[in-house]
Write a protein that binds this ligand. Sequence first.
Ligand code: AKB
Length: 317
Amino acid sequence: MNILVVGAGGQIGTELIPHLQSLYGEDNVIAADLKKENVDRLGQISRALVLDALDMDNYKKVISEFKIDRIYNLVALLSATGEKSPQIAWQINMGALINSLELAREYNCSVFTPSSIGVFGHSTPHVNTPQDTVMRPNTIYGVCKVSGELLSDYYHTRFGVDTRSVRFPGIISNGALPGGGTTDYAVEVFYEILKDKSYVCPIPQDTYMDMLYMPDALKACTDLMDCDPSRLKHRNSFNVTAMSFSPKEIFAEIKKHVPDAKFQFDPDPVKTEISASWPDSMDDSCAREEWGWNPKWNLESMTKDMLSAISAKLSGK
Ligand code: AKB
């Protein structure tokens, strides 16, 4: 199987590439990104090329030349950045998706596009948020993700394209940094505490959001795509979560390992509003039943691992 990852230079793509290589073979994974510097970095571990997923002609050439069977469409402007320029967020998020779906239809590829907890809004039940529930988001990112879920299901029912997706919560990782998201604080805090022993948090201390550690997120990307389609009652998109915590709770966990760490709060108005509109905790039982979702990492084990991985990274080991 030949796999193309578009938007490969970001937080997920950078770690998804080696994960895919380990499962499907090094030469069968192609990394594509808009930015030359990301492609140069990815080129050290894989076959990598510059590609603007909005440029349909070039995108088509890549799909045809490399005989692609599966697309991971990771192109996205995230929630906080999206609010700075909603029209651009719509163009990028929806443009990359419709091009991916159209090419998948023409070349018979399967498509994975991450959705997000951003599909939910104030009117969604916030505790144990069901799989099938109210989706009235109040960010352009959420509007794109809901539209993307509908469009992906439409391509499946109308054209038979094998589209699948998960609603990612915040993803915590120690490779490439996330950028422009509301959940980014849960990554930033580790770097700041290990560098300066202090962190100023842009999210109010008692706001709960769901999170996943990267190894579980990568497994979701491949387990869902490899599962027997006859098991799937849902496709776009599945709730997935591994932990739900507030800033106060993760900081208390970090303090167990770094007792002199200092935390302050200076809530950012945009991120505060977004985080208040998202679930406190999601019900991911459909993912568990339909394709065996079973995350391994929790707040305790993730915190320990993040502290040791980032300490090693900062000390150049
Ligand atoms: C964001 O915060 O925008 C993302 C997401 C939850 O989709 N990390």
